[in-house]
Write a protein that binds this ligand. Structure first.
Ligand code: ATR
Length: 277
């Protein structure tokens, strides 16, 4: 059977095997999908033995996204800009790198009916997670896209990579004014992993703003809990993005984009009392 996998460290908590096996069942595709642990620095060897044993494609998660981009023989434009890959396809005996995180995020924002076009958006964080979604976010045509980061130099470096982008409304951050307000704030920092939130001022929320945390968790992240306490009604974590980026990867491998409704409901049944899915 055709073989697929996710590589990460750690990787045992990954929902990707469940999601892709469900997609395969739904689309009647004969394939296997497993989680493979590769320690930092070991991705190249792990990918080689996977390819030797017939591996056709894989997802790449923390901490290997930058290595995956670097190791691939060919990179999509999104990967070249982001310097990070989350999906690899085996084509003509070599790895081709893609990044489906941005499309996954846009698909989830679309499912939530939260628009970006013409709105003031802040993307918080300037690591690999932000780099992967910045291009597609800019393509969606926000009026302004401000990259905010605890360490301003990293925000500036990330923005400089996108300076030729036709909608590069992206700015570095060296101090937010009190007047700075956003219609949507997307948290792409690793703060949530540590149970922390980025130290943004209370004044950042425009009326009707949305709060999106790219991390997913059973309980609201510190960022979403804070947004809720500030009165932000529209809040979501990255569960939907996880499923949607997987659907984009599946489409690259198998030529068909699976419907995501079934797996979304199966893994996270809607709770009528909550805004969080
Ligand atoms: P990833 O690939 O997940 O983005 P990364 O490259 O290590 O990981 O980047 C982590 C991001 O989260 C950075 O933007 C980091 O801010 P700094 O550049 O200032 O380090 C941000 N981050 C991590 N912990 C944070 C915290 N407690 N508060 C605010 N930002 C945090």
């Amino acid at each position: 059977m055709d073989r697929y996998a996710v590589f990460g460290y750690p990787v045992s908590h990954s929902l990707s095997p469940k999601i892709h096996r469900q997609f395969a069942l739904q689309e009647e595709q004969a394939l296997t999908y497993e989680a493979i642990e590769a320690a930092p620095g070991m991705l190249e060897d792990a990918l080689q033995s996977f390819a030797n044993s017939g591996g056709l494609g894989c997802n790449i998660t923390v901490p290997h996204k930058a290595d995956a981009a670097r190791l691939a023989a060919r990179q999509s434009d999104a990967v070249a800009l982001a310097g990070a890959a989350n999906t690899l396809c085996r084509r003509q005996g070599a790895w081709e790198a893609h990044n489906t995180d941005g499309l996954g995020l846009l698909a989830d924002l679309g499912a939530l009916k939260w628009t970006l076009a013409g709105r003031r958006i802040a993307l918080v964080g300037a690591g690999g997670a932000s780099a992967g979604v910045l291009g597609p976010l800019l393509d969606a045509g926000p009026a302004q896209l401000l990259v905010l980061n605890r360490t301003p130099a990293r925000a500036k470096e990330l923005c400089s990579r996108f300076k030729n982008h036709p909608r590069a409304y992206c700015l570095g951050w060296d101090g937010l004014t009190v007047a700075a307000q956003f219609d949507g704030i997307i948290n792409a920092t690793a703060a949530s992993l540590a149970g922390e939130r980025p130290a943004l001022p209370q004044t950042v929320w425009a009326p009707g703003a949305f709060a999106y945390d790219m991390m997913y968790a059973a309980a609201p992240t510190a960022f979403l809990a804070w947004a809720g306490a500030e009165g932000v009604q529209a809040r979501a974590d990255g569960f939907g993005m996880l499923v949607e980026q997987a659907a984009e990867a599946f489409a690259l491998w198998r030529g068909v984009r699976p419907s995501t409704a079934g797996i979304r409901a199966q893994l996270r049944p809607p709770t009528p009392s909550s805004n969080l899915r």
